[in-house]
Write a protein that binds this ligand. Structure first.
Ligand code: ADP
Ligand code: FBP
Length: 306
């Protein structure tokens, strides 16, 4: 079973308008609400690939209801811990550009955090724990480290997609997959990564210094690089019109996990991952099955000689 943990779920409020004028009244062309947060997005895309998961984390208030209703409509298992404050609403402003405002999220008490820790401890051997996204500011910064360590002791595989300060405490524990984008990887290492060649060079160094089975460095329209113990794979994604990059990273995590879960090879799983990322980037919302399998044959993967 895959358990996705989203400590800070969101309603993603996508606002489209042709021109945004700062300091003035703007009127929208189109708006939409989506249930979001990184682990929740992973669960939604896994579902498109017929891989079941349970989504957990903290939800509250009217926005929390929206998130849970959306998952229930999609027949995705959910086991959230309820808090008094409402789940956050993240604004995704689409003009010529994409501007995001991600809120801090509700206050979570230590008791609720303990509830989550004991929920995670009910999973064990053969299960996968996905820790994805930010942590509400009221929660201890090393929670991913604690959850990862406890999950590892219980025999779980651990996947983390999160910013440096939250991931760092978890890097003491053996991890199955992390997926920084090239800017995040640059942040870890303290350099700027602009090209696939630079991602290959710095990614291999990072990989060799940590106990991680798969390191995927995503590069938006330039694809991604996947590092494994024996191989380095470079993916070129399909070309298309970028409509929405929100959730593309989460979709690529879901695609890779789904591939492994279905028994595909690492290379095939990587291709599926890229197809999911593209299917999200080229649509208004998250990737849907039909688009994923449309883009899959258009993904190119090449291996680098070691
Ligand atoms: N413009 C794009 N064209 C094609 N594929 C894309 C595009 N943007 C994202 N993707 C796909 O989604 C994956 C993750 O996107 P990325 O933006 O790097 O992640 P994150 O959202 O975590 O920053 C990419 O590796 C790629 O497969
Ligand atoms: O938890 P964070 O880092 O604030 O990010 C939350 C946001 O990330 C998303 O999950 C999208 O993530 P990606 O674009 O990185 O795939 C949104 O749904 C959500 O608003």
């Amino acid at each position: 079973m895959i358990l996705t943990v989203t400590l800070n779920p969101s309603v993603d409020y996508v606002v489209r308008l042709e021109k945004f004028s700062e300091g003035n009244l703007n009127r929208t062309d189109q708006t939409a609400f989506y249930a979001g947060g990184k682990g929740i997005n992973v669960s939604q895309v896994l579902k498109e690939l017929d891989v079941s998961s349970t989504a957990t984390g903290f939800t509250g208030g009217f926005s929390g209801h929206f998130i849970e209703d959306t998952l229930s409509e999609k027949d995705i298992k959910a086991d959230f811990i309820h808090v008094d404050d409402h789940s956050r609403i993240n604004i995704k402003l689409k003009t010529d550009d994409e501007t995001e405002i991600n809120a801090a999220g509700p206050v979570i008490s230590p008791e609720k955090v303990n509830e989550l820790i004991s929920l995670v401890s009910r999973y064990g051997n053969g299960d996968t724990l996905v820790l994805a996204g930010s942590i509400p500011s009221s929660v201890e910064r090393d929670l991913y480290g604690k959850l990862a360590e406890a999950a590892h002791q219980n025999g779980m595989q651990i996947v983390i997609d999160s910013e440096k300060s939250l991931l760092e405490p978890a890097l003491r524990t053996p991890l199955t997959l992390i997926k920084p984008n090239h800017k995040e990887l640059g942040g870890y290492i303290g350099c700027n990564i602009h090209t696939v060649e630079e991602a290959v060079q710095y990614g291999r160094d990072f990989y060799s210094q940590h106990d991680i089975e798969y390191l995927m460095v995503s590069m938006a329209g330039d694809g991604a690089v996947l590092f494994t113990k024996d191989d380095t794979w470079i993916a070129t994604p399909p070309k298309g019109e970028l409509l929405n990059s929100v959730g593309a990273g989460d979709s690529s995590v879901a695609g890779f996990l789904a591939g492994l879960e279905k028994g595909l090879s690492v290379k095939e799983s990587f291709a599926l991952s890229m197809a999911c990322g593209a299917a999200t980037a080229f649509s208004e919302g998250l990737a849907v099955k039909e688009d994923i399998y449309h883009y899959l044959p258009l993904v190119q993967i090449r291996g680098l000689a070691q």
